[in-house]
Design a binder for this molecule. Structure first.
Ligand code: ADP
Ligand code: MG
Length: 323
């Protein structure tokens, strides 16, 4: 299948009927709603780095959409469209590409994210990248910087499953058995709480997604907001798999810095507790208050993880580093 066949046969049928112009023009055309800001983010996944070289097409598509939607969720944005950059690697034949396009459609649809266009090239290593666009009412984007001291710190979902799922994916040649575990699913198909995030704009003072690891990302929130945080280890939301991992001698360090969680962390005033609990229930989101922000006047802008004895946990590597 050549470049133009690929576009006509695989991508034109799944593209947005209006904005994409049938993928027969040089660019897409989108009219943003009045009095809204356009929120733009991009994330690339490289074969052998962000997914295994032999990853099924569905995993690549699900991770591509999940990691990108996670950034829109973190900003409280409603998705409006995306463009796809596809670098076809040597191992991706036409049946793989067909499976990828079909899976991409499923995952884009599940978040209401239309495909506007893209670019197709080939190269020595497969790479996929989305640039996603969302909208928020003007001036209302959630940022990393709004937290003050004495606010509650929250996380959605559970922490550490992306790390555990990656280990499962790496340990198996076949995904059949592992596909049943929740950790595998968390890695293979991250599902950021997009609906919940739309309502957070009214309640949270700052927000970001957890992609590199809870420790590193809480530090980023602290640095941007100019605060520190005390986080209670005992309050961190863990799946059964993560509980079992700790029980078997696994380290907190792995769960806190492993990355690939694609959940949200945010701060809110204590007065918002009841509203947040109702929102989480309505959106079927697990929401956990994990600590408090505090003034950084007497120390660094970072998150301290406090164990039940009141001791601060030493975490050497706080998150994934791309290079
Ligand atoms: P270029 O300007 O790089 O030559 P083209 O003009 O060939 O790109 O692109 C033709 C159309 O196909 C454009 O509408 C573009 O958005 C779309 N397109 C190309 N690759 C993809 C892809 N991987 N996914 C979605 N649309 C694509
Ligand atoms: Mg062109």
């Amino acid at each position: 299948m050549g470049e133009f066949d690929l576009i006509t046969r695989l991508f034109a049928p799944i593209a947005d009927p209006e904005s994409a112009l049938g993928l027969q023009d040089d660019a897409a055309c989108y009219t943003p709603p009045a009095h809204h800001d356009l929120i733009i983010s991009t994330d690339a996944l490289v074969s052998g780095v962000h997914f295994p070289e032999n990853a099924p097409a569905d995993m690549v598509a699900a991770r591509l959409v999940g990691t990108n939607v996670s950034d829109l969720a973190a900003k409280g944005a409603r998705p409006v469209g995306c463009v796809l950059t596809l670098c076809v690697g040597p191992q991706w034949d036409s049946s793989y590409l067909e499976a990828f396009a079909a899976a991409l459609k499923t995952h884009l649809d599940s978040h209401g994210l239309p495909l506007w266009g893209g670019d197709t090239v080939s190269g020595p290593t497969a790479l996929v990248s989305l640039t996603v666009h969302g909208v928020v009412p003007r001036g209302e984007m959630l940022t990393r910087k709004g937290a003050g001291p004495e606010q509650d710190v929250y996380v959605t979902g559970t922490i550490g499953d992306g790390f555990l799922g990656l280990k499962e994916v790496q340990a198996l040649d076949t995904d059949e058995r592992a596909a049943l575990t929740s950790a595998y699913q968390a890695y293979a198909a991250p599902t950021p709480p997009l609906n919940f995030a739309q309502h957070l704009r009214a309640l949270a003072s700052c927000c970001m997604d957890v992609s590199d690891g809870l420790a590193a990302d809480l530090d980023h929130l602290c640095a941007a907001s100019g605060v520190a945080m005390d986080i209670a280890l005992a309050d961190l939301p863990l799946s059964e798999a993560a509980d079992a991992y700790l029980g078997a001698g696994g380290s907190w360090q792995d769960l806190l810095s492993g990355g690939d969680d694609y959940q949200l962390i945010f701060c809110a005033a204590p007065a918002a507790r009841d509203d947040l609990a109702v929102l989480a229930q309505n959106c079927d989101v697990r929401l956990t208050r994990i600590g408090m922000s505090k003034s950084a006047q007497s120390g660094p802008c970072r998150a301290d993880f406090i164990d039940p004895d009141g001791q601060s946990l030493e975490i050497e590597l706080r998150g994934f580093r791309h290079f």
